[in-house]
Design a protein around this ligand. Sequence first.
Ligand SMILES: Nc1ncnc2c1ncn2[C@@H]1O[C@H](COP(=O)(O)OP(=O)(O)OP(=O)(O)O)[C@@H](O)[C@H]1O
Length: 219
Amino acid sequence: MELQVDQVTIAFGARTVLQDASLQLRRGEIVGLFGRNGSGKSTLLKIIFGTVRAPAAQLRIDGERWAQRELIPAGKVAYLPQQEYLPTGITTRALLPLLFSDGEKLDRIFYAPLVEHFAHRKLHDLSVGERKYLGILILCQLDHPFLLLDEPFTMIDPLCKDLIKTLLAESKKVKGILLSDHYYDDVLQIADRSYLLQDGGLVPVAGRADLKRLGYLGR
Ligand SMILES: Nc1ncnc2c1ncn2[C@@H]1O[C@H](COP(=O)(O)OP(=O)(O)OP(=O)(O)O)[C@@H](O)[C@H]1O
């Protein structure tokens, strides 16, 4: 299954942030998205998810055209925003059965590493990293074929990062995953391929050397 995104153009006031940007995301791959602060990475993810409108954008899944507003109800794309998305006045134990009725999915989350240590506490009593890890675990259990992750490694300790990498490597067997984070070594380590968002467009990058050459990393 392949998601093809073309002609993504958006301006805020006089500033054009994305200009005819295009990318592809296939089931079975992790794609990294790099870019300087303010280059438009989060905006691009929100456009693909459907919460920021870009009327000229063309979205295709296996060649079939989809309107932006159709993707969320159709359950095609899941999205981890930069800000926290889970309710916090509830324990993990109470929350998960509200989200999933499938016992296998519930077990996969409850028995995932670390979860038993915090499942009985309300989410507002967890660390930022624990909440983010839980948020990613939940998204990975959804049936959506495409998963967009905005800064999955930010505020995460090294051991938990390793857990997330293992989880994503497992999840890509059934999903296409697009992730953006300034922890570029972590992204490069798990990405099958990557893009740099620059001057509104997406440039394929093969690794650190390209990121240096294109000015994302200092020399
Ligand atoms: N709703 C909005 N209204 C006006 N300007 C916006 C809006 N959303 C984003 N922008 C501007 O668009 C540009 C791109 O923002 P975006 O958050 O997509 O960047 P980013 O690449 O994700 O940055 P960072 O790496 O800092 O998270 C920024 O200059 C931002 O101020």
